[in-house]
Ligand binder design. Structure first.
Ligand code: C2E
Ligand code: MG
Ligand code: MG
Ligand code: MG
Length: 283
């Protein structure tokens, strides 16, 4: 009878599940510790003017260095950070670290822009907008900072997000819609949002030169951006054929492994020292 009972209990509280919860809890505690001790790192990926190949700026992408020397990608810890609200202190650190880095680059004579990704949980009230401004202001004019919001964030609560976007914009921040073309936002609303940039989702770039796949989306997004007066950025450009195709389509800015991977600041500086020209976009 005892054995049967134990068997029943172990069936309900399967060790596999409790192990999973334990791992999650330990990951959460390690992440909290990493944020508190400023152990996260930023890598930077350059953005290029498609026509001139000048660098116009960089995108900050968060990384979590592990004790064994490996590096966790945001896909491995951002979802957990979002579920546990750790995204708020993490996001504050990222924004301030990005602004501080930009100050350094400007002081060194590199007039770059900086794109920073935001999660929905970081943008809940006007207080968040004020805090972003206070975090950035000691280092740099917010005009040099582009905040990237995914199209799905914008679609999640369009009127609330729109009003926060207006506040961000009043403080000088530039706003980009990230992963555009996949998030089901309302185009009529988009037209009235204070945004400057559409980042065409990587999935559309992947389809270029793939036999059988339609390439209809890119010219449509391009035309829409032109009529709204927005700059287009193509992300995930991995080869010259994709670059040539997007260039012909009139896409303004490119980003991807073909131009350069996300790298630590020292490696990016190396690229500047080797003579990459930096020309920020007209703002
Ligand atoms: P995203 O903002 O769309 O960033 C672009 C992602 O595509 C980056 O992955 C980048 O490394 C990758 N990528 C760039 N060029 C290429 C390419 O040519 N080919 C391929 N296959 N991939 C390319 P990463 O760094 O792993 O970031 C993934 C996502 O995590 C980001 O997508 C963004 O949504 C989120 N994320 C990254 N950093 C932050 C952050 O600081 N805060 C927040 N809230 N989210 C972040
Ligand atoms: Mg992004
Ligand atoms: Mg993107
Ligand atoms: Mg993406």
């Amino acid at each position: 009878y005892e054995a049967k009972k134990t068997g029943g209990i172990s069936h309900l509280y399967s060790p596999a599940i409790s192990e999973q919860r334990q791992q999650r809890l330990s990951l959460e505690n390690r992440l909290r510790h990493a944020i508190d001790h400023e152990e996260l790192a930023l890598h930077f990926q350059p953005l290029f003017n498609m026509q001139t190949l000048d660098v116009i700026g960089t995108e900050a992408l968060v990384r979590w260095p592990q004790e064994d020397g490996s590096m966790l990608s945001p896909g491995n810890f951002i979802p957990l950070a979002e579920e546990t609200c750790l995204i708020r202190p993490m996001g504050d650190w990222i924004l301030e670290a990005a602004a501080r880095q930009l100050r350094d680059w400007h002081d060194a004579g590199y007039p770059l822009t900086m794109s920073v990704n935001l999660s929905l949980k970081q943008l809940q009230s006007e207080g968040d907008v004020e805090r972003f401004f206070e975090l950035v202001r000691p280092y740099i004019d917010p005009r040099w900072i582009t905040l990237e919001l995914t199209e799905s964030i914008v679609a999640s609560d369009p009127s609330a997000i729109e009003s926060l976007m207006h506040k961000l914009s009043e403080h000088g921040f530039q706003i980009a819609i990230d992963d555009f073309g996949t998030g089901y936002s309302s185009l009529s609303r988009l037209q009235h949002m204070p945004i400057q940039i559409l980042k065409i989702d990587r999935s559309f770039v992947d389809q270029i030169n793939t036999p059988g796949k339609g390439n209809a989306m890119i010219p449509i997004i391009r035309q829409m951006a032109a009529s709204f007066g927005l700059l287009t950025v193509a992300e995930g450009i991995e080869n010259e054929a994709q670059y040539q195709h997007l260039c012909k389509q009139g896409v303004d800015v490119g980003q991807g492994f073909w131009f350069g991977r996300p790298v630590p600041e020292a490696q990016l500086r190396e690229m500047f020292l080797q003579g990459a020209t930096i020309v920020p976009p007209q703002m």
